[in-house]
Design a protein around this ligand. Structure first.
Ligand code: NOJ
Length: 771
């Protein structure tokens, strides 16, 4: 809207000497000074435009940019219009009606003094109308390309409503399956979460943030939120600086390197300083060390919650703490709006600091191209849920499903060999539940359920019988179990659709018991008694403890909440159109008491092994208490998980051989290649995710027993062998030592290549010190 801006600025008599003339949509700058609203080409630079605009802003307008208001009422209420008109609001969230968004933008751009457009935020977490698998499911694909494409589809759909900022990706490292938000995470591993989080950022933001259909991303929740005590959402986190840097901060650094526009401060208290007031995180690490030049938004009202944490006495001090610690924009609360001006006039907050904060926000708006194109024209964007969107959702779902068990080749089912199949369970035909948590805009009408997809795929050849059997996953009413047993007994195979509804995971939905809820385990046992082949397809928002059902089923497909196209993906996998290829992005414990359990743990001084553990049932009641020779395990659970990180079966068989390195020694600053040959010794073509793990044997601080350092998804035909190479630079082996400096140490390393973190094919190399 160049003409409008020019006219308005002349009318308001800005102090700038700038006089601009609109000519054919191009602004000519007659005295060569800088126009912040000038859309012409690449002159002047964004930094110049930011400075120019800042120079014209009143203090109230600057503070206005730091306010984000909720606008979910479904219309543009008067207080919002008025706030925009007087320049007191920099961003809104939760409005997804394009006409309202355009109207809000129009007020901001045409009726406010300086015409600064709005950031319009929304939780677009794993899809918009077309829903991809939950992020944890996407992480099970170990496929950055599909993760990036899923985010691109989500951005294109969200952009049709005028949303230009998503609060995703959530890249909190999650090692506690009780935590409801593990569903939104990319799992337990810093390397996997870094690769996939960066891919998501690229998918949302595209190559140029100013392009139509790209939206700003937000890496959240900075930082350590996933380490909530006992997996209780919002609970305190206590993470040492060393672990913070080596584990929790890594995906955030990767997101910053990928160009993420914003970060969100976490709700939680971390080592006594809530993240929203954590200067160490937001100033020292984010700005000083990483040179981040985007902006940080608080979480919902988390500035005012600083008082509830007990860090401050009230909103004024909360505003002071958050603003000085580095929260640039306050989400939903009024602490900034009500207090910053006074804090500045008292001299407690320097205007220069506010200028730097507002510059961060304006920079993002310029990068988004909002000054040139504040309005949304949905017709310029692809249709919602188009063929490509649905194909992407299906591919993501296909690659996210993890086959945990497949005794005697129970799967795939052969339509030729079956007369009938029973589909039983509360999640076989639940269009909404398959979408998963946090899908404000997801359209359950688009969902194709497994029941429908199986009918379409094999319904002409196989008699498909369906019984829900339980109202929902939590039901303890077993009155339909007899019918379920009858149907199962009369069928050639039984597929049970079990798990958790969407609402049992996600924000504020943590569980202390993560086994199948309700009477599902009992249903499994009853069906088992029929003697028919039993396949469990589990839809859930987290790893579950499956110990009480695992021996009662022949096969398990763990499908997470697979999204809109979950049904067709599951049908294809069950009937062998495609082979399962997902790998676990988080460890599955045997029992909840093992949590936190994750593969890249430290060795301890007393590492467990099969011959050092005893089982509780084998201890003599009178046995003397001995610690000698004892190791780190649980008497009742041992030390191994039920299913390891990186694990996932296939209809193909995989053989790994001949692991080797291009050199046995290298110097700091050099690279080497670690290779192995992977052969598909099975009878079907399939994808395999080949994984590289490394162990740094001796460190300035203790190092994990294994660390993921690379992965590749390959497709191999039966009988085909492929050499997989992983290039490793010594920087890839760096870690934060005792002095919190990133370093790579000379010394000995082990490396494994295989299909899970249990990989046994090992080689060695050594980094030698410079003379
Ligand atoms: C609170 C959540 O913690 C955050 O992830 C989300 O983006 C905001 N609410 C906005 O809905």
């Amino acid at each position: 809207m160049p003409t409008t801006n020019t006219t308005r600025r002349l009318r308001t008599g800005s102090s700038s000497l700038l006089i601009t003339v609109a000519l054919c949509g191009l602004l000519l700058n007659t005295n060569m000074s800088i126009s912040f609203a000038n859309p012409a080409g690449d002159l002047p630079s964004i930094e110049q435009r930011v400075a120019e605009l800042l120079g014209q802003m009143t203090l109230a307008e600057k503070i206005g940019q730091m306010n984000q208001r909720n606008a979910s009422d479904g219309y543009a209420p008067d207080y919002l219009r008025e706030g925009l008109r007087v320049g007191r609001i920099g961003s809104v969230l939760n409005v997804v009606d394009v006409d309202i968004v355009n109207e809000l933008q129009r007020i901001a751009v045409e009726e406010s003094r300086l015409g600064i457009p709005l950031m319009v935020g929304r939780d677009v977490i794993h899809g918009f109308k077309t829903v991809m698998p939950i992020p944890l499911g996407q992480a099970a694909s170990w496929n950055p390309d599909i993760v990036r494409e899923g985010a691109r589809v989500a951005a294109l759909e969200a952009a049709t409503t005028g949303v230009n900022w998503t609060f995703a990706p959530m890249i909190d490292i999650a090692r506690d399956a009780r935590w409801g938000r593990i569903a939104e995470s990319l799992g337990e591993d810093p390397f996997l979460a870094s690769e996939l989080g960066a891919a998501m950022v690229r998918g949302f933001q595209g190559d140029n943030l100013a392009d139509t259909g790209t939206i700003a991303a937000c890496a959240k929740h900075f930082a350590g939120y996933g380490a909530a005590e006992s997996g209780r959402d919002y609970a305190t986190t206590n993470v040492s600086e060393n672990e913070l840097r080596n584990v929790h901060l890594r995906p955030f650094k990767a997101a910053v390197d990928a160009g993420v526009t914003t970060l969100m401060a976490s709700f939680s208290d971390i080592d006594g300083v809530p993240a929203t007031a954590n200067e160490f995180l937001m100033r020292r690490v984010l700005r000083d060390e990483w040179r981040f030049d985007g902006f940080v938004v608080s979480d919902w009202d988390s500035v005012r919650q600083l008082a509830i944490h007990g860090l401050t006495e009230g909103d004024r001090e909360s505003a002071y703490e958050a603003a000085t610690a580095g929260v640039d924009m306050e989400m939903a609360g009024h602490a900034y709006e009500d207090n910053l001006e006074e804090l500045i006039s008292e001299g407690r907050i320097d205007v220069a600091m506010i200028d730097a904060t507002v510059a961060n926000i304006l920079r993002a708006k310029f990068r988004l191209g909002l000054f040139e194109n504040p309005y949304t024209k949905p017709a310029e964007l692809p249709a919602i849920a188009n063929e490509h969107a649905l194909a992407t959702a299906k591919k993501a779902a296909l690659q996210s499903v993890v086959m945990l068990k497949n005794d005697h080749g129970t799967l795939p089912l052969s339509p030729e060999a079956l007369d009938s199949v029973a589909l039983i369970g509360p999640l076989a035909d639940a269009p909404y539940e398959q979408l998963g948590t946090w899908i404000f805009d997801g359209d359950a009408n688009l969902s194709i359920t497994p029941m429908h997809a199986i009918h379409s795929l094999v319904g002409k050849q196989v008699d498909v019988r369906y019984l829900r059997a339980m109202e929902n996953s939590r039901s303890k009413v077993s009155e339909h179990f007899d019918d379920a047993v009858d149907i199962a007994a009369g069928s050639d195979a039984v597929v049970l659709f079990l798990g958790e509804e969407s609402i049992l995971s996600g924000e504020a939905h943590s569980r202390a018991d993560i086994s199948l809820p309700g009477d599902q385990a009992e249903l499994v046992r009853r069906i088992r008694e029929t003697g028919k082949p039993v396949i469990a397809v589990i839809l859930a928002g987290r790893p579950l403890t499956l110990t009480n059902i695992v021996d009662h089923v022949d096969a398990i497909l763990f499908a997470w909440h697979p999204g809109t196209m979950g049904g067709p993906a599951i049908a294809d996998l069950l009937f062998g159109v495609e082979s399962p290829s997902g790998k676990l992005p988080a460890t599955f414990p045997r029992m909840v008491g093992q949590i936190p359990i994750y593969y890249n743990q430290k060795n301890t001084g007393k590492p467990p092994s099969p011959d050092t553990i005893v089982h509780i049932d084998d201890i003599d009641a009178r046995a003397p208490q001995l610690s000698l020779g004892m190791t780190a395990f649980h008497l009742d659970a041992g030390y191994t998980p039920l299913y390891s990180f990186g694990f996932g079966l296939s209809y193909a068989e995989w053989e790994y051989a001949d692991i080797r390195t291009s050199a046995s020694e290298l110097r700091l600053g050099q690279s080497l290649t670690i290779s192995a040959d992977v052969t598909n010794t099975g009878e079907v073509a399939a994808d395999e995710v080949v994984q590289l793990y490394v162990r740094d044997l001796v460190g300035n601080v203790t190092r994990p027993v294994k660390e993921l350092k690379g992965f590749k998804r390959l497709r191999l035909e039966p009988g085909q062998t492929m050499t997989v190479d992983f290039d490793l630079h010594t920087d890839d082996l760096s870690f934060y030592g005792r002095n919190m400096q990133l370093m790579t140490e000379p010394g000995d390393f082990h490396a494994w290549i295989g299909g899970s973190s249990d990989a046994e094919l090992r080689t060695e190399f050594r980094i030698v010190a410079d003379d």
